[in-house]
Design a protein around this ligand. Structure first.
Ligand code: BEZ
Ligand code: FE
Length: 304
């Protein structure tokens, strides 16, 4: 029997997982054990602090529902989601596609389909009309026809449909398809910046850290086409007061836009428009294409 001291317990914990059959799971578990033990030693973690941490994580789990993913929110406010995105973007890239941004907790699969020129603001009232148009191309600028584009955003009061309505109601989200020239054309209303959900344990953590919980106004976009890496991104409105201090670290310079009237090629000259061209990078050999984030109902299925 080994006589464990504060370093020996780490060696023993690593030794006990040495026969985990999946090498990648073993690598991840071993690194987690090493870093957790190093962390506890570095801060000289006290039993009551350890228990407070366990209590916090328990509350995060209890806040999860089929429509709310508090663990992803925790990952977001700690910068972990952005870090995983950055590493994913950089991996195996020959020609760069559009930069990615966080999926966030409000993405939903099977959003309603819309034809070019239609508005995703079906139930929402108010808000300044906005057109979003452009082209989906590959990384060399060749059009990608038939690409699916999901778009979702808050209403003009800063709420997603899941927050403003019963869960069955989908609004301010939809799916469009590019035409033969890779073009798309959507209508919506101008979103405003909003606070991440602050009524749970992650919100309490953010307040404790003396941070605001705001995200700058943005429109989420997810583009899918066979043979290409899925693009999960968002367009951020440059005039938002929180554009430089997003609480979940989602903004990149290349994703900042300014709606304007009278843009060349704009479908309706009288409403403010954003033109944005999305570039897709090809899937590498054997790559399946990971996604940072998920539709919450896929993680914790709705109770029967
Ligand atoms: C969002 O943009 O929808 C979002 C992202 C991360 C945390 C909360 C919200
Ligand atoms: Fe969002």
């Amino acid at each position: 029997m080994p006589d464990l001291d504060r370093m020996g317990v780490t060696e023993e914990a690593l030794a006990q997982i040495a026969r985990m059959p999946d090498p990648r799971q073993r690598e991840i578990t071993a690194a987690a054990i090493r870093h957790l033990h190093d962390f506890a030693r570095e801060v000289e973690l006290k039993p009551e602090e350890w228990l407070a941490g366990i209590g916090f994580l328990t509350a995060v789990g209890q806040a999860c529902t089929p429509y709310r993913q508090e663990f992803i929110l925790l990952s977001d406010v700690l910068g972990l989601s952005r870090l995983v995105n950055l590493m994913h973007d950089a991996e195996g890239r020959e020609a760069a596609g559009t930069e990615t941004s966080l999926l966030g907790p409000f993405f939903r699969e099977q959003a309603p389909e819309f034809a070019a020129g239609e508005s995703i603001a079906v139930h929402a009232t108010g808000g300044e009309p906005l057109a979003l148009f452009g082209q989906v191309t590959d990384a060399e600028g060749q059009p990608v026809a038939g690409a699916g584009i999901d778009i979702w955003q808050t209403d003009a009061t800063g709420l997603y449909d899941l927050q403003a309505n019963e869960p069955e109601v989908m609004d301010l989200r939809g799916r469009f398809r590019t035409d033969a020239a890779g073009r798309f054309d959507m209508r919506t209303v101008k979103p405003i910046g909003y606070s991440i959900p602050m009524d749970g344990p992650v919100g309490r953590l953010v307040r404790q850290q003396n941070r605001h919980g705001m995200r700058p106004a943005h429109i989420h976009i997810l583009v899918q086409a066979p043979g290409y890496r899925e693009l999960v991104t968002a367009l951020y409105l440059g005039d938002d007061p929180h554009i430089d201090s997003d609480t979940v670290f989602g903004v990149s310079r290349s994703l900042v836009v300014t709606p304007r009237r009278g843009l060349p090629g704009a479908p309706e000259p009288d409403i403010a428009a954003i033109r944005y061209d999305f570039r897709l990078s090809r899937l590498a050999e054997g790559e399946t294409g990971g996604r940072v984030g998920a539709d919450p109902s896929r993680i914790l299925p709705a109770a029967e």
